[in-house]
Design a protein. Structure first.
Length: 466
């Protein structure tokens, strides 16, 4: 195992069995946030975690009162001059359907072939367990942490974080931190250790095109009136050109371009195009011209039609001009695009190209801010060093194509930089049957966190709290 403080390593070696037992115990609580019948289990998981935090040595441990899926808070703030870090994970899990595709019972976890198998093992209870284990090693060996920690473990991440969204601004002052470390991501394909440097944001819209109150006879009216389905097709075709470049005026104005160093780092990622095509069953890759696949996935914005409907869809032929046609259109956004601004530009463009003779409406259905960690953020730099120490390899810096809404929430409400340090193996089957966490990722994850806290504790970069 890696070179962390030998006293911490000795404590971890001595407690390996108890630590695993405790991890499995947390997995046995079916804290599914989407299903109301599991609300008591969510509260049970929160209480279990709170008891652990108290036992380990944290202070001000509290389980939010009066809600079904409470936020668990705790802190330890006795390292004056040292950094203050807020750690976020979530203890709720996804439903287990389709249950018949599970080889074993989802909430009866066990270890097989070097993996912990069970719902929540990777997303995200395993990452809670590794943070608890790291803190325990410090308190047990030194009676203290090397820095100031604030813990926020949420119980509703898989169900839109509604409770946290209210709780965060109410607790803004006491949550002040130099950085928010979010452990809810994973490594690169092939289980290569990586730090996630950015997440994409999102704007989701619906376009409605209405012609007449009812479908019209295509013989009697065709050639005289605009067809809403044809009009919608022209509108959609105007959004993007054949090179995959979005044609909405101003769409790319705020996009932070990759530096030559970042382009080189992205190009060096071991992306296996042939394996990707084989796995997805797709004939060829596509996307914005001038950018490599990994750049297009994480560092460039997209525009996609998610659904399209209207007119006759039954068997055989029905000669009508549809009364209306609709599409769901969404964009994945990157720093520094603002979802509201992009929505307005998209709407203005659609209305500008809409032909006369139909009524066109563009409605917002949801949005999220993109998140980006600065390359020279000291906590991100320390996280890269800690990964190097614990895994013995040079960690990759990756950009996630998807979103973690809470990351944007922390960034906006606290104004603190977000560092996405997660340890899940890419084949963890998060959200799917037979979820599993590679035990070595979990064990080295504990060492990574130990190395990170010690590193930050020595750097005296504090200023945000304590
Ligand atoms: Zn998660």
């Amino acid at each position: 195992m890696p070179a962390i403080d030998p006293a911490l390593e000795a404590r971890l070696a001595a407690t390996a069995e108890a630590r695993l037992a405790s991890y499995l115990e947390l997995l046995r609580i079916p804290s599914i946030s989407a299903l109301s019948e599991h609300a008591p289990d969510c509260r049970r998981a929160a209480a279990w975690i709170a008891a652990e935090l108290s036992r380990i040595g944290f202070e001000h441990v509290e389980v939010q009162a009066g809600v079904e899926r409470p936020v668990v808070y705790a802190d330890w703030l006795h390292a004056p001059g040292a950094a203050t870090i807020l750690v976020y994970c979530h203890y709720d899990v996804q439903p287990v359907d389709p249950i018949d595709l599970w080889e074993t019972a989802p909430f009866e976890p066990f270890v097989r072939d070097g993996r912990v198998v069970g719902r929540g093992s990777a997303d995200d209870k395993g990452q809670i367990a590794l943070h608890l284990a790291a803190a325990d090693a410090f308190f047990a060996t030194r009676g203290r942490l090397p820095l100031n920690l604030k813990i926020v473990f949420e119980g509703e991440e898989e169900s839109s974080s509604v409770t946290l969204e209210r709780w965060l601004p109410e607790n803004r002052d006491r949550l002040a931190a130099d950085a928010v470390v979010i452990s809810d991501t994973g490594f690169f394909e092939g289980d290569l250790p990586a730090l996630t440097m950015s997440l994409r944001g999102m704007v989701y819209t619906q376009i409605d095109v209405v012609g007449s109150p009812v479908d019209l006879h295509s013989g009697g009216y065709g050639g005289m009136v605009e067809n809403p389905a044809n009009a919608l097709a022209r509108i959609i075709a105007s959004l993007k050109d054949a090179d995959g470049v979005v044609q909405i005026p101003g769409f790319y104005d705020e996009v932070v371009e990759l530096t030559p160093e970042q382009r080189a780092a992205t190009a060096a990622l071991p992306f296996d195009e042939a394996a990707y095509l084989a796995r997805t069953g797709i004939a060829a890759l596509a996307g914005e011209k001038g950018y490599a696949p990994m750049e297009r996935k994480g560092a460039r914005p997209t525009l996609d039609v998610n659904g399209i409907w209207g007119g006759f869809q039954g068997e055989g032929a029905k000669t009508i001009i549809p009364a209306h046609a609709h599409a769901k259109v969404s964009c994945r956004l990157v720093a520094d695009q603002d979802p509201q601004v992009i929505f307005e530009r998209l709407r203005d463009h659609v209305l500008a190209v809409a032909p006369p003779g139909v009524k066109v409406d563009v409605r917002p259905l949801g949005h999220g801010q993109p998140v980006m960690t600065s390359e020279d953020n000291p906590v991100a730099q320390a996280a890269l060093r800690a990964l190097r120490t614990a895994f013995g390899v040079e960690p990759l810096r990756i950009r996630e194509g998807g979103s973690i809404p809470v990351a944007a929430m922390f960034q906006q409400v606290l104004g603190a930089p977000v560092v996405l340090l997660g340890f899940a193996n890419p084949d963890s089957n998060a959200h799917a049957p037979n979820e599993s966490m590679v035990l070595d990722n979990y064990e080295r994850g504990i060492r990574t966190v130990c190395a990170l806290w010690d590193d930050l504790g020595q750097s005296n970069t504090g200023g945000a709290g304590a």
